[in-house]
Design a protein around this ligand. Sequence first.
Ligand code: EUG
Length: 525
Amino acid sequence: MYNTANTTPRQLPPGLDLAKFQSFLSRAWDICGTENVDLQQLVRLANEFAVPIWPFSIGRNTGYGGTAPRVPGSVGIDLGKHMNKIIEVNEEGAFALVEPGVTCFSLNEHLVKTGLDQKLCLDVPDLGGGSIIGNAVERGVGYTPYGDHRMEIILPNGELVRTGMGALPDPDASPDLPPHEQPPNKCWQPFNYGFGPYHNGIFSQSNLGIVVVKMGIWAYMITFPRDDDLPKIVDIIRPLRLQMVLQNVPTLRNILLDAAVSAPKSSYTSETGPLSEAKMDEIAAGLDLGRWNFYGAVYGPEPVRNVLLTVIKGAFLSIPGSKFYQFYLPEDRKEPHSVLRTRAKTLQGIPAIDELRWVDWAPNGAHLFFSPISKISGKDANLQYEVTKRRCTEAGFDFIGTFTDGMREIHHIVCIVFNREVEEERLKARWLIRTLVKACAADGCGEYRTHLALMDQIANTYNFNDNALMKLNETVKNALDPNGILAPGKNGVWPRSYDKSEWVLGESEPWERAGAGAGAGSKSS
Ligand code: EUG
């Protein structure tokens, strides 16, 4: 029996006293036991007690808040701890059905063990340590040419839904089994939609598959020597990407991102402020890299790859001083932490986390991602680069960033790396990211994803026509989650049961607000 008497949390859920919270815990204990969580019952219980719950897969949402909930006192639900099974890897259909605790690493390991890695490959993100489902529901980016998702969802009222073709029962379904144990419809994973409105976009707890067909691959890097090569490079990327000469999601990385993978800032300079242009040129030359470095891959039968590479080289190498390197060729990079070598893994679907070395740029390094979207246009990308770099410099940080190139847009990721042990740096990082949100919105640019602390501010930049989108979001939220228990505040969407004037973190920090102390948001500072 669970001893509730000893459990005094540091922070109670809003509106609950200790006795009520302990009674929630003891009921939750009855449902969960030590291992097997009946998630549907647990969600119903959260409704009964109006306890906010914050599900996470394995909690590697790095730079965006990790496992942390938006509302202090929320009950975290660690989905990945026990729900970590690979339910199916389907070779013929090139898909997998996985639970939230399955990481890119664990699925890859399974593919290698079963020999299926010779036939299938994963669509992995930059940092492969996280949950496949977690990254997919956060709309993370994968870097191979394929990758797609379907879902099994538990609604805020505890009901279980399968989206798309999953709603059509499998003929072998047995009335004796609970819904979550019913065999899946055979077309659930292969087809995205099914029949009627497409709901995947509005959900976040799910079972899904992302496996893609593996073919030949060559990864390559092209270095560009000058900082102001950026707009030219981006204008070359656009037509090649749209014509699918660039078959995957390539990345154009600023020198300091790659320099930081190689070694900490202190190994390049004894200075602490933002590096000068001359110093960055010197670092690039020392590493035999460009001020911008482009990483991509060509896929398919060898003659196809050869033709694609010819076109790619012809286009990019028109920029003076640019150099081409191909993975596995004699000119392969020999440095110990070659980004090309890591990208070669990522681009063929083998997860890696080597790259996270860039957080060590600063001592006690921590990071926040600022992630605006840009058109694939030299002018637009350059404007975003100039605005974000100027603000980074103003805050005393180096600009560390990468342009991740989709078919028609760029995810521009600015990595704000700071010393987490120095209060001034923490405050400057927060000032910087708040300022960047405003500055980019003023240029008509918005972010695709963000850290918890910025969710309200960013949601408020998507305010076309008197916040029509937020009104829609709130209408849907209140209809599906009338008690407001599931991840309140996630992406700026607050259920009716929360007073937004107390909870919203706007453009200023809580401690800067007049009358601070009203909400738990301000208390927690
Ligand atoms: C990165 C890329 C992302 C993201 C966070 C980080 C890459 C860092 C394209 O999405 O959301 C080097």
